[in-house]
Every structure is written in structure tokens, then in C-alpha cells.
Design a protein around this ligand. Sequence first.
Ligand SMILES: C[S@@+](CC[C@H](N)C(=O)[O-])C[C@H]1O[C@@H](n2cnc3c(N)ncnc32)[C@H](O)[C@@H]1O
Length: 267
Amino acid sequence: MTLNINPNKQAFLKGDIALVGAGPGDPDLLTLQAYRFINQADVAVYDRLVSDEIMALLPDGCEKIYVGKKQAVHKVPQERINEILVEQAQAGKRVVRLKGGDPFVFGRGGEEALHALAQGVACHIVPGMTAASSCAAYAGIPLTHRQVSRACTLITGHVQNDGSLDLPWTALQDKQQTIVFYMGVKTLKTIVEQLYLAGRDRHTPVALIQRGTTPQQKVVKGQLQDIVYLVEEHQIKPPTLIMIGDVVTTFDDHNIENLGYVTPASN
Ligand SMILES: C[S@@+](CC[C@H](N)C(=O)[O-])C[C@H]1O[C@@H](n2cnc3c(N)ncnc32)[C@H](O)[C@@H]1O
């Protein structure tokens, strides 16, 4: 069975599944390719992070199945989501699996595609803007910056099944490396402690970007030494992206408007 990794070249047939990246929230960040697939959906199986504006783009009569999860509250187990997708496809529908961000970045899209292929169902992969690049841009923070950051690591702060946060901490010690934590709000205290142990300075800048790219976007900046306190103070909740590294302060001396518009210096 085919994994269609160039969906522009493939027709979306009845009985196919398309894993469609819906981006981080702002409907402007939806790709034209995603829009084309959404437009043809007979049924949409969607997540909590897919915005209402994007849901409104589904065609009239499109069936909608919610399988969203909150951290630690898995409303529908992943195995069941995999089955729902295949059942809907085998019923002869064009199935759009709408996922926040990109389906292949902490989105379990790989598992869904593998299950579909194993059941003989063709699967299209439609990329989306992942939270790291889009939230960073909308907060006015470059992910990399010459002579400041030469690498960028996207990493999950979600605990393993045994409750531990088993991550390659020593690989995160390089000062010229931006670290972007997805799902890290709940484990931020452990993250900070482990980064100290790995050798990161307590003054390392940190940005929290809550509900990035949406009208509710909130950006809070601090340093490793005070960021846990700032989470409490500003009532930061998921979905929040955590950016760590000197890139965070790049534009601090400039007038940064919200929502991705960086104004030139006025001099
Ligand atoms: C299960 S992961 C899904 C990531 C998604 N597939 C992507 O590519 O962006 C969910 C986490 O992504 C981050 N995230 C997704 N959308 C976000 C947004 N609009 N603002 C801030 N963080 C976001 C948060 O860290 C959230 O806990």
C-alpha cells in the first residue's frame, strides 16, 4: 500500500486517509495543499489543537469526529484513533486526519500512517507548520542566529509511561544550541534542574509562548533561574512552547509587535 509523500502529485481518492498538518492555530498558516485536502474531506478526525477557523473550512456535510486529548487525559486511546481512521477509509470515505502543527512532529502521525498501510489503506502525508517555527516567528525569536545559535533541538518534555523524563541532557549543554521543548510546562522544574546539571548557565534566556499564533498568544520571557516562578505568576498552561537559548533576546531592543510583525528600528 502506498505512502503518498508528495500529495500534490496524488489524487485524494475515496478510501484514502490524509494526515493533514493544520498548523499551530492561525488559519493563515495553513498550506494551500492542506486546504485542498480539507476541501475534499468526507470525514474529518480532529484534535484539540485544530482551530475553529480551520474546522470551518471543512465542506458542508463533512462528518466530524473529535479525538482530542489533553495531557494525561487521553480521551480516545491512540490505538482506537488508528482504528477509527481505517474504519472510515474502509467505509469508502476520504478521511482527513487533522492534526495541530505538523503530523510528523510529536504528532503520532507515523503511527497512524503505519497502521493504515498495514491495513491496506493508502495514506497521504500533508505537512504543516510546526509550533517551533511558527510560534518562534510570531514571538519575534529566530530559531537560529549567526554567531548566537548554530543548532536547534526540538524535544519533548512529556514524561514517559513510568513518569520519568529520560532525555539526552548532556547533548543539550552547548550554549550555541537553541532548545525547543514541546509539552514541557508540567515538567519545567525538572528540565531546569537537568539543564543546570548539564552545564547550562542559570542566566540562559527562556521564552514561554502560550497559544502561539492565535489571538490569545502570550509570550513571557525570563531566564532559567526564574522561569518556573514565571509560569506560576503568569498562569501559563498548555499548549505552550518553551524556547531556551540566547536567541530569545535577539530583538529585545526593538519594538516587536505581536503576531509575527517585527518593526524596523526607529532611528
Ligand atoms: C502533541 S504536541 C503536537 C505538536 C504539533 N504536531 C506540531 O508540530 O506543532 C503538542 C505541543 O505542541 C506545542 N504547541 C502546539 N501548538 C502550539 C501553539 N499554538 N502554541 C504553543 N505551543 C504549541 C505545545 O508544546 C503542545 O503541548
